[in-house]
Design a protein around this ligand. Sequence first.
Ligand code: WTA
Length: 636
Amino acid sequence: MIKKFDSFDEYQKAYDKSVADPEGFWAEKASGFNWKKKWDKVLEWNFDEPKVEWFKGGKLNITENCLDRHLATRGDQVAFIWEPNDPSEANKSLTYKELHAEVCRFANVLKKNGVKKGDRVCLYMPMIPELAIAVLACARLGAVHSVVFAGFSASALSDRINDAKAKVVLTSDGAYRGNKNIPVKAVVDEAVKTASCVEKVIVAKRTGENVTMKDGLDVWWHEETKGISAECEAESMDSEDMLFILYTSGSTGQPKGVVHTTGGYMVYAEYSFRNVFQIGDGDVYWCTADIGWITGHTYLVYAPLLAGTTSVIFEGVPTFPDAGRFWAGIQKHKVTHFYTAPTAIRSLMASGLDFVKPYDLSSLKVLGSVGEPINEEAWHWYNDNIGNKNCPIVDTWWQTETGGILISPLAGITPLKPTCATLPLPGVQPVLVDSEGNELKGNDVEGNLCMKYPWPSIIRTLYGDHERCRQTYFSTYKGLYFTGDGCKRDHDGYYRILGRVDDVINVSGHRMGTAEVENAINEHSAVIESAVVGYPHDIKGQGIYAYVILEDFSKTEDVLRKEILDVVTKIIGPIAKPDKIQFVKGLPKTRSGKIMRRILRKVAEGDVSNLGDTSTLLDPSVVDDIKGGALVPLKV
Ligand code: WTA
């Protein structure tokens, strides 16, 4: 078990050691885990290729470290408390012993259905215990899991299944989300029509609705597990064997399959979790993220189990049956550590304190924030009303590609400053660079955030496209990993994340590539071209603003707007629906054909007074047209 620090001084010493002797530092952290064979070499790396290998030659299985390792000491401790969508439905809980048995049983089911080490398994499921069990069952066998958030459309799911060439898909009949009943299996049926790699679909029963079960393809989870042994030896994995693929959005159209491997990811997940949250025995931790995103992978499934924690898995949404749901859950389960996204805080803040006051939140010790910058107002609301000015807020900055939290306060140890992710964790070496890649030294500087040294859970590749991985993250600035974020280092040396500097927007804490949304909009037959930018949105952080050029004016604008939203929902999913659509005659392009997004962003922000230099535009008159449109209130 990794020891956590108990003072700022200890943190600073650990930080200095991690820079002076990274290999010694991480070897010591890694030695607390169960390895089937010790590694030969702690680290080999080269950011030019890129190649990063941690604990090379080591053999392990992450599920033995999440589960088996705890059986003697924590077998009867609850690992997961499942809080269903409808609060009147009974909770379920699984002890470490029970979870171990379920994971082994389902691993045997996967085996029976043809899954072997190295095969890819796609999971498209609601937040039910079976999802966490299935993730771990894949890891038990050495199969690579690719979890796709169950809000994506059939078309987006099919793309992800095909890219990973998944052999098996795991799903459920339906899903409850708030007062909605979502036909999950029907989405999978549609997706697998265009994914011939899929040999089996295993369906968990959740809503009991009627679904079509195709002979030879679809099987029921509960039937497959009948009479199946709850013992399954853990596959021996190399440290650098692939653990999972998780698709995320980038600046170009196609989603990228971020690949994480086994040993380094495990070590960093537990190390960062314990130290950031300062979690200990008897604590109850609740991370509200969906397992379909990286936060759910690292800080809902893997890290809490590695650390032997009791955690809550929540099926529902923060506003059902009302905006007091989180606070009711904290009271009910005596939650000590609560981790959520600023967008949820802002939306609950807007609902007012009447939803907070009825609940006893005195069990809370630490609050966390993740996924987007937290604005000052939301920070104070969270601090005052939820934490009762008594719980440190850890504003954790990280990315799908980083695998774990890189910049964050350590709860109760790092002096806080609202809206600042504060300081790097030991082992993390951030640098800020200007647009030419020159390092900006000292404090009070602002630039692009890069990392100059690998940490154990850094992205290894993009599935099936190593060159794209190199280009996206390791070629912008030589010798550095580029995060895509802008960042300020203030006079105290604290890091404050300013947001993306590329064509990625962050909508309600979800990453969205503007090109991806544009491609979807362009699928509408009346659309010639579109350009999408983000704009400040009170609740979502950023909203999606689409400029659209039409070639067919036979329908009214309202009808077209609705149809465009439907197309985007069909191609990506409801999370990518533009908040505003403005029809324009042209887009501001330079003579070389590049769209000047700066202008589009300004107009979307409602700031048309100073659009900067427009003289390089091919047709400067389009700007007046766009500006004119922006002054008219937009309705979607
Ligand atoms: C943003 C989510 C400010 C950032 C874990 C990053 C944040 C992107 C923070 C990654 C934070 C995440 N403060 N911005 N605390 N955390 N971000 O891959 O722009 O879904 O690059 O990972 O979210 O999003 P992703």
